[in-house]
Design a protein around this ligand. Structure first.
Ligand SMILES: Cc1cc2nc3c(=O)[nH]c(=O)nc-3n(C[C@H](O)[C@H](O)[C@H](O)COP(=O)(O)O)c2cc1C
Length: 366
């Protein structure tokens, strides 16, 4: 098996990557009071030094009173936090890296382990965390408009600070995904409805607003997933036709890259084909895609959160799909969290030096 194909450059609009390896967005909660520290900047710079092609930041929340459930998740608004992000991108660039922030709003969620609550109730399309389970308020049309503006402003700030692209977090059962998903979107006023296309209106308007502020040449990635933290077996699109009807309007609104989150990248999305979510997204939209989910590690990340130890494993199946052209980029989470040198080790074939992942790796920002 060879992996040199992953080390071909990639270009999309103003984005120029030296290889196809992406650091997956991973919340670390080391940004006290929402402000990324110098330690956070060093953590990302070490991954750039370790040859990661594109770093996507941990989810950074936009300027809404209840966009976060943890005070140490970084903000992507306010003078202090943006100054912290400036340090991050300058350090990453100084070590030859390329980086996009992931912009996030958690929507209606259960409070975090600490019990901390934001200054306003959690907000979402209908106030539901999951089917029939309330946990916040239904957004008014004004709230929706303000939220769209907050995402667009954060994206414009990312560009102004010097970031190379932006990712919008539309996955995993958080705000944007709560609009996509019928059990959490029971609206009847135009941002909801019986079809996924109707429930995608919020995301489409948000992407269009981001595109208007960042201009035509700045790459926008949208992270999507079928699965939700609230329901691992959820499926937004049951068929390729539904998936096409969902994603094509988002591509038309301005998405350049679909970051297709699965827990296990090798799982086929629909019967009758072995294509995964990223494979289908690329086939149906013609846009660039990123695959992710247990690449190079045994066990998926939610099992790892429960305490399961993951060990390094081979990349043959990944390379089979990559060589077939199923996706353009390959995102790696836990391996890069555990080892900033993962990319270099793969390039140099130093597989015996790869390390596993266990939950205690999360305790420090190394
Ligand atoms: C500690 C941790 C934090 C995460 N935080 C985020 C996040 O902020 N945004 C997001 O989209 N995904 C998040 N994820 C999911 C990862 O981006 C990735 O999809 C997942 O870990 C699967 O990749 P892996 O198997 O290579 O770890 C997180 C995962 C981990 C392990």
């Amino acid at each position: 098996m060879t992996t040199h194909q992953l080390f071909q450059p990639f270009e999309l609009k103003s984005l120029k990557l030296k290889n196809r390896i992406v650091m997956a967005p991973m919340t670390r909660s080391f940004s006290t009071g929402g402000v990324p520290t110098l330690q956070v900047a060093d953590y990302y710079a070490r991954r750039a030094q370790g040859e990661v092609g594109l770093i996507i930041s941990e989810g950074a929340v936009v300027n809404r009173p209840s966009s976060s459930y943890d005070p140490d998740i970084p903000h992507f608004y306010g003078e202090k936090a943006l100054h912290g992000w400036k340090e991050v991108i300058d350090k990453v660039h100084a070590t030859g890296g390329v980086m996009a922030p992931q912009l996030w709003h958690v929507g209606v969620v259960a409070p975090g382990a600490s019990g901390w609550l934001p200054p306003a109730p959690f907000e979402g399309p209908s106030g539901y965390v999951a089917a029939g389970k309330t946990g916040g308020v239904a957004m008014t049309e004004n709230h929706i408009a303000e939220t769209i503006r907050a995402f667009a402003q954060a994206a414009a700030d990312a560009k102004a600070l010097g970031f190379d692209a932006v990712e919008i977090h539309g996955a995993h059962g958080y705000l944007i995904d709560q609009f996509f998903w019928q059990p959490t979107n029971q609206r009847t006023n135009g941002y909801g409805g019986q079809t996924l296309v109707k429930r995608a209106r919020f995301a489409a308007e948000l992407i269009r607003a981001v595109r208007n502020l960042v201009g035509p040449d700045f790459p926008i990635s949208l992270r999507v997933s079928q699965w939700k933290l609230q329901d691992h077996s959820a499926k937004l699109a049951a068929t390729p036709q539904e998936m096409e009807a969902w994603l094509v309007p988002l591509a038309d609104a301005g998405v350049d890259i679909f970051h297709c989150s699965q827990r296990r990248f090798w799982e086929p999305e629909f019967d009758g084909s072995d294509l995964n979510l990223a494979g289908w997204a690329k086939k149906l939209t013609g846009k660039a895609t990123i695959t992710v989910g247990s690449i190079g590690l045994s066990g998926d990340f939610l099992a790892a959160f429960q305490g399961e130890h993951s060990i390094p494993c081979r990349l043959d199946e990944l390379m089979r799909r990559f060589d077939r052209g199923d996706f353009d980029l390959v995102a790696v989470g836990r391996p890069l969290l555990a080892d900033s040198e993962w990319t270099r080790k793969i390039r140099e074939g130093r597989t015996s030096e790869l390390v596993g992942f266990s939950k205690n790796t999360l305790a420090t920002l190394s």
